[in-house]
Write a protein that binds this ligand. Structure first.
Ligand SMILES: Cc1ncc(COP(=O)(O)O)c(C=O)c1O
Length: 412
């Protein structure tokens, strides 16, 4: 596969609405099965309503036409494409042997929990956080300990004293870092990462840094890969990357997990093998390679569109629903919105969003109890679709008759 001609990117009009129903889409086709009314508009799971780069589509078509779908494994050109992207995007230099492939980042998080902890151990994370992080800990018989993020003037920060205290008190061996952070949208600064790293190095804590959102960072912020924070971290940390968020490829199921240290790599590989996984998805290979080699123009355009969606959302909320506070994201295409001033209980807020606004968002409390009163909305959609969602929220809020019960949003 090589695009040597003058071919132009075809998929740069993100205002186009692409019909996603009846495509086995988790976001669009499963409302009823997941307990929601059939007519909700979905803005929950983190995929995009945009077609991926036309270079990726063409590469997949070419691969499909070959017609043989036997076992596949990544070759040097795959590793080089991954390494090239990480170097260009994040100035991260990797060695090909660091890469372990899994069908997804969550799979790798689960394997890491099993590889680096024993049953009954505590694993540290920072809630409110991407809920499968909690699930892979609990479902593997480990326990969750959270260094809760704290809000200062509307921005989430790390309580470093609590972070170290939790590590000592719960004898933590493994920390799952979400960087950039889903759902609160923080892009951690080098200083913050260095402070976390110093504490983990001092207490021999392994860090698994989930950097799946690294390519979505808004102007004025910069993603720093954990492996660029301190050389010593090469022996005690792992970075999870994937083309899936950046190029909307979740369904082709491939992730690139960077494990510089041999012993850690060996342990992780063993757990991946123990789960019965060995060869990668052929379409994942082809799509990732095409995306990283030829998808740059599409990527720059999609991130610009999403940035404009964010500006649109902020302005709409300011003008029409000032009762709702936007936690301004520094990265990710997800926005964490604070509905607490409406004075609704968790159930009442759900009723407002699902049954009155007819929207399917992610309820804040699923990210941890710290998320109660919040909702997460996905910006990676056409502007008209986003506008419809915001107008629905506006109309639903107008139906609230009673006065807000200030300060008490949850009585359950
Ligand atoms: C922080 C984070 N990690 C991992 C994933 C999912 O990764 P995968 O589909 O590769 O398992 C998501 C998807 O929303 C995410 O937000």
């Amino acid at each position: 596969m090589a695009f040597t001609d003058e071919r132009k990117e075809q998929n740069l009009n993100f205002d186009t609405i692409v019909e996603r129903t009846n495509t086995d889409s988790l976001k669009f086709d499963f409302a009823v099965r997941r307990g929601k009314p059939a007519d909700v508009l979905p803005f929950w799971v983190a995929d995009m309503d945009f077609k991926t780069s036309s270079f990726v589509i063409e590469a997949l078509e070419e691969r499909a036409r070959h017609g043989i779908f036997g076992y596949t494994d990544p070759r040097e050109d795959y590793d080089a494409a991954v390494a090239g992207w990480l170097k260009k995007q994040h100035d991260l230099t990797i060695q090909p042997e660091w890469i372990l492939n899994t069908p997804g980042v969550v799979f790798a998080l689960a394997a890491a929990v099993k590889a680096y902890t024993e049953e009954g151990d505590y694993v540290l994370l920072q809630q409110p956080v991407y809920y499968p992080m909690t699930e892979v800990i609990v479902d593997n018989g480990r326990k969750v300990v959270s260094n809760d993020l704290v809000q200062k003037d509307g921005r989430y920060e790390i309580d470093f004293v609590d972070f170290e205290k939790k590590i000592e008190e719960y004898r933590v061996k493994l920390f799952l870092l979400c960087s950039p952070h889903n759902p609160v949208g923080r892009v951690w600064t080098k200083e913050e990462l260095k402070r976390l790293a110093d504490i983990c190095l001092a207490h021999e804590v392994i860090i698994v840094s989930d950097e799946i959102h690294a390519d979505f960072v808004y102007p004025g912020h910069k993603h720093i890969s954990l492996l660029n924070v301190d050389e010593r971290l090469q022996d005690s940390s792992i970075v999870c990357t994937s083309s899936s968020k950046t190029f909307n490829l979740a369904a082709v199921q491939i992730a690139d997990i960077l494990v510089p240290n041999r012993e850690l790599r060996h342990k992780l590989r063993k757990q991946i093998g123990a789960a019965g996984y060995s060869q990668v998805n052929a379409f994942g290979l082809v799509a990732t390679k095409a995306a990283y080699l030829y998808g740059d123009e599409w990527y720059r355009a999609v991130t610009q569109y999403i940035y404009e969606n964010l500006q649109f959302l902020k302005e709409f909320v300011k003008q029409h629903i000032p009762q709702v506070k936007v936690i301004e994201p520094e990265g990710t295409y997800l926005v964490w919105m604070d509905f607490r001033d409406l004075g609704l209980s968790t159930t009442e807020l759900q009723e407002l969003i699902v049954n009155k606004a007819k929207l399917w968002l992610d309820d804040g409390y699923i990210f941890g109890k710290q998320g109660k009163g919040f909702q997460r909305i996905n910006l990676a959609t056409s502007r008209s679709f986003l506008k419809e969602a915001l107008e629905r929220i506006e109309r639903a809020i107008q139906t609230i008759k009673e006065k807000p019960r200030k300060g008490e949003y949850d009585h359950e």
